[in-house]
Design a protein around this ligand. Structure first.
Ligand code: SAH
Ligand code: SF4
Ligand code: F3S
Length: 447
């Protein structure tokens, strides 16, 4: 019998939870693994290494990850060579790594958010020594440039502009697991964007926990400057960015968006709550009135801008009156979309220790009312699209629906027919509107 021992390819599988930041970091993990000779598989049972890139923003994010890690115990028994690595925000929480290894002793590598860029070295160490590796540095390091990336979101390219967060909203774990805010140099950002556009990417999304405080630590550059510099890059592309903090939204930034035809006419501006009392307890540094002023500022320069948001219900001490303030704010602003969450106490955050934690049943009733309201607004906004021709950047093909899909400048999703459309700007005539997404016919495709 002849065994072909050469050319045995090792495969990896990455499971990602959480935000865009994490999705992009998984692109870096994939890049490092490819550099080490691994190839991607979506089948966990065939993988030589499974990496979990975790999130801990709410309890259910943690439970989901822990459940899926636990389910691998069997696989690890049948495949002794399987390497299981767990990284991301969940592992960076104080004292958590030890708890995790005790609970799941079959994990081979635990790495924190500050150790992600060293993942390749940790893996090499593991394959050479066989011992368990726990690498969770307490402090953030310097920004590391040049990490290889295996991108998976063509025609959109994610580009980090800053890491960490200084805001310490009282409910939020992010500042504890991502460290202080650090901005990348503008030259590095512009270079990465230019390389993406030169290689055919049609949309750039600048990423940061708080993009619009970009540059505070550098001193001589603002987020508005960065928008201008990226918009000046030659090529046909759309510029997006997320997430923004209302307190750091400046008139100069709004002008930069308004003056740049490449910047999408949409902004994600999390409000969290409509009651000034709750906003103060959340340490958000703005009142309801301040937030509405920012909305007015955006609409003064960009009247048709689509504004999306994040809203939380059931923050400690939230009364029916406070919640009514959230409802009335949603009615007043008419968001183009809202991510809604039930407050989830996070250990180590000030809000987790506050008196007046809200009963889950109350929070559930509140969130349902909120979702109903927002769905109604979305349906009405969708109706206004009927019969209109809009420019969509085609970003994928939905196998189930058998249709291409993409978004217009306002971020509204549409489905349509055609051929070879991914990465192209397509004019679509809207023929049907359901909930938030639209259905249309392809009219023309931009060369
Ligand atoms: N840096 C971004 C995103 C933070 S996480 C920002 O500030 O906008 C995304 C959203 O999750 C937040 O906007 C908030 O609405 C929600 N969130 C954060 N912590 C939460 C918690 N403990 N419970 C419930 N939702 C939370
Ligand atoms: Fe969390 Fe607030 Fe920072 Fe956003 S701005 S990551 S909600 S602390
Ligand atoms: Fe979750 Fe970390 Fe993002 S906690 S939301 S993955 S920054």
């Amino acid at each position: 019998m002849i065994f072909n021992m050469g050319n045995i390819t090792k495969t990896y599988c990455i499971i990602t939870y959480g935000c865009q930041m994490n999705l992009h970091e998984s692109e870096k993990l994939a890049g490092m693994l490819q550099n080490l000779g691994y190839v991607k598989t979506d089948n966990e049972e065939q993988a030589d290494i499974i990496v979990f890139n975790t999130c801990c923003i709410r309890e259910n994010a943690e439970k989901k990850a822990e459940g899926n890690i636990g389910a691998l115990k069997k696989l690890k028994r049948t495949n002794k060579n399987l390497i299981i690595a767990v990284g991301g925000c969940m592992t960076q929480q104080q004292g958590y790594a030890d708890k995790l290894v005790k609970k799941f002793p079959f994990i081979d590598i635990v790495f924190g958010t500050h150790n992600l860029e060293n993942f390749a070295e940790l893996l090499t160490e593991k394959t050479e020594s066989k011992k368990h590796i726990v690498a969770v540095s307490e402090k953030e390091g310097k920004i590391i440039e040049g990490t290889p990336k295996m991108r998976s979101s063509f025609p959109n390219g994610w580009v980090n502009i800053s890491y960490g967060c200084n805001n310490f909203c009282t409910y939020c774990i992010v500042p504890f697991v991502r460290g202080r805010e650090r901005s990348r140099l503008p030259e590095e950002i512009v270079k990465e964007c230019k390389d993406l556009i030169d290689s055919g990417y049609k949309e750039i999304t600048l990423l940061g926990q708080n993009v619009n405080s970009y540059g505070h630590d550098l001193g001589n550059v603002s987020f508005a400057d960065l928008i201008r510099r990226v918009s000046e890059i030659d090529g046909d592309f759309r510029l997006r960015f997320m997430t923004n903090h209302p307190k750091d939204l400046t008139e100069d930034m709004v002008k930069a968006i308004a003056e740049s035809p490449k910047t999408a006419k949409s902004i994600h501006l999390p409000v969290q709550a409509g009651s000034s009392r709750i906003l103060q307890l959340m340490n958000r540094h703005y009142t309801r009135g301040d937030y509405l002023d920012k909305i007015a500022l955006l609409r003064k320069y960009i009247p048709d801008i689509a504004i999306t948001t994040d809203i939380m219900v059931g923050f400690p001490t939230e009364t029916d009156e406070d919640f009514k303030d959230t409802i009335s704010l949603v009615k007043e602003v008419r968001f183009a979309g809202a991510f809604t969450f039930i407050y989830s106490p996070r250990s180590g955050t000030p809000a987790a220790k506050m008196d007046g934690q809200i009963d889950e049943a109350v929070s559930k009733t509140r969130i349902m009312e909120l979702i109903d309201l927002q769905n109604g607004i979305n349906r009405e906004q969708s109706k206004a699209y009927l019969g209109k021709e809009i420019e969509i950047l085609c970003e994928g093909f939905d196998e189930k629906k058998g249709k291409y899909l993409g978004r217009d400048t306002y971020g509204r999703m549409a489905y349509f027919n055609g051929k070879n459309l991914i990465g192209r700007f397509v004019n679509v005539k809207i023929t049907r509107t359901g909930g938030i997404s639209l259905l249309g016919e392809t009219v023309s495709v931009k060369e």
